[in-house]
Design a binder for this molecule. Structure first.
Ligand code: GCO
Ligand code: MG
Length: 458
């Protein structure tokens, strides 16, 4: 129990309360009869922190307050356009919010979203998310509670994750499945090669598809050419589509039906081919099939739904509520997997999760490598607090990530655990973060092309 040092101010009817930071009482303030502090907290500074531990580009936003030692951290990671986000924070959000009360999170979120007049783009959404998550962190620290407690408390102890069991050929995928099974993983995403696989690499031994490696042989890290002179990361959609059902047949024949299996189409197919794949995968009982169609193919989701009972996950590319509303309202998907920072942070994610719950849709927030540990913690706190949690994507995090971000959620036995500290429970070591300088290169893998040179969504 933390006791305020000030006495009740009878004359003005002001009641004392104590602020505590990480469990230690820092300051006593007065609240009036409606519970409002007479000297509200203030935001004193907002700064973006750009770092690249293990070559993963990460943007974190730090919001500082006038309360000694009280600050918050949020994830604003947009790996493909990092410096646009840091500029948006520095040049627009900082001047807008400094001096305001950080405890009014909902109001500040709407102010940030509407202040630019044009809204719902990924750069500004990420910048807003950095601040929004930092405000939740501050609120949690001031209340001496983990954020999941502010959100209504735990509805489960930990969050089940799925891991990526990728491989160049089915045998290699199976080996990875066994490896993850030994670690206690209960759900795995199976992929052959990079997204959309890969049919040929004119410069190495996999120039032609073989029976052993019908497609998908390496991650697309180089700019190659096939029949076309356009530079790009080529893949063959048809070879990819044909390779996936046999992969699931092979893995299921070895491990049975116990494990949860998933697959990410990553929008690499023409819509009708995605439907064909969803149907072909039905016998293998997928936990879900991810991003079968591009976000702008909303009408096609209706056809997909009519044709197949494979559960569908969608949303990592969503930036605008107009994209998810019809999918939810018409129950065209089973899992929402928005990327928290791309939709503007935890404040909109809470509303999105609640909307989904009423339609029987579960959450599977995007958790790839290019999310900061703060972003992973935010995913996790929502997973603990929201009743309609489904599953959490989580990939391996390097030791340097744990060094730069003490308190990063830990994976144990196929589940992700929060550390129960106030706020997100994750901090940043800014001196260490500064050592991992950004080395930005033009992104190659998103320049995906079909064999004749046609540019396609990545
Ligand atoms: C996933 C995703 C990612 C994205 C990446 C984009 O399901 O994990 O598709 O791998 O491609 O986050 O930067
Ligand atoms: Mg994906």
């Amino acid at each position: 129990m933390i006791r305020p040092t000030r006495q009740w101010d009878r004359e003005n009817n002001l009641h004392p309360i104590a602020f505590c930071i990480n469990g230690i009482k820092e300051k006593t303030a007065y609240v009036n009869e409606i519970g409002k502090t007479t000297d509200p907290m203030k935001i004193t500074n907002i700064k973006p922190i750009l770092t690249a531990p293990g070559n993963i580009i990460i943007i974190v936003v730090k919001v500082e307050t006038d309360q000694p030692g009280l600050y918050g951290l949020g994830c604003a990671t947009f790996t493909q356009r990092p410096t646009l986000v840091t500029r948006a924070v520095d040049e627009y959000l900082k001047p807008l919010l400094v001096g305001r009360d950080p405890t009014n999170i909902t109001d500040l979120w709407h102010v940030m979203m509407n202040n630019s007049y044009w809204r719902n783009g990924p750069v500004l959404n990420n910048a807003i998310s950095g601040v929004d998550m930092a405000l939740w962190d501050i609120k949690g620290k001031a209340a001496n509670m983990p954020v999941y407690d502010l959100l209504g408390g735990k509805t489960r102890e930990a969050a089940m994750v799925y891991r990526h069991a990728d491989g160049r050929e089915p045998q290699q995928v199976l080996e990875n499945v066994y490896r993850y099974m030994e670690q206690g993983t209960r759900a795995m995403r199976l992929q052959l090669g990079g997204y959309g696989g890969r049919v040929k690499d004119i410069r190495n031994t996999n120039a032609m598809p073989t029976q052993k490696a019908p497609q998908a042989t390496h991650r697309m890290q180089t700019m190659d050419r096939l029949d076309s002179a356009f530079p790009g990361a080529y893949y063959d959609a048809d070879a990819y589509a044909r390779s996936i059902p046999p992969l699931f047949e092979y893995v299921r024949s070895k491990i049975g039906m116990e494990l949860y299996l998933l697959h990410d189409i990553h929008e690499r197919l023409a819509p009708i081919d995605a439907i064909r794949m969803a149907k072909a995968l039905e016998p293998y009982r997928l936990f879900f099939l991810e991003d079968p169609l591009a976000p702008d193919q909303i009408e096609y989701f209706r056809r997909l739904r009519q044709q197949s009972a494979t559960p569908i996950a969608m949303g990592e590319l969503h930036v605008n509520p107009a994209e998810w509303k019809p999918l939810i309202q018409e129950q065209l998907i089973d899992f929402i997997r928005a990327h928290l920072s791309a939709i503007g942070g935890v404040t909109p994610a809470l509303k999105l999760a609640a909307t989904c719950a009423t339609f029987g849709i579960r959450t599977a927030w995007h958790g790839p490598g290019d999310v900061s540990p703060i972003g992973h913690a935010a995913n996790l706190h929502l997973n603990l607090a929201c009743h309609n949690f489904g599953i959490q994507e989580f990939i391996y995090m390097s030791d340097v990530m744990f060094e730069v971000f003490p308190g990063t959620p830990e994976l144990r036995n196929g589940f992700l655990w929060a550390n129960d500290k106030p706020g997100w429970g994750v901090d940043i070591d800014e001196t260490k973060a500064a050592k991992y300088q950004l080395d930005f290169k033009t992104v190659e893998w998103t320049q995906s092309r079909l064999p004749d040179g046609t540019a396609w969504t990545p």
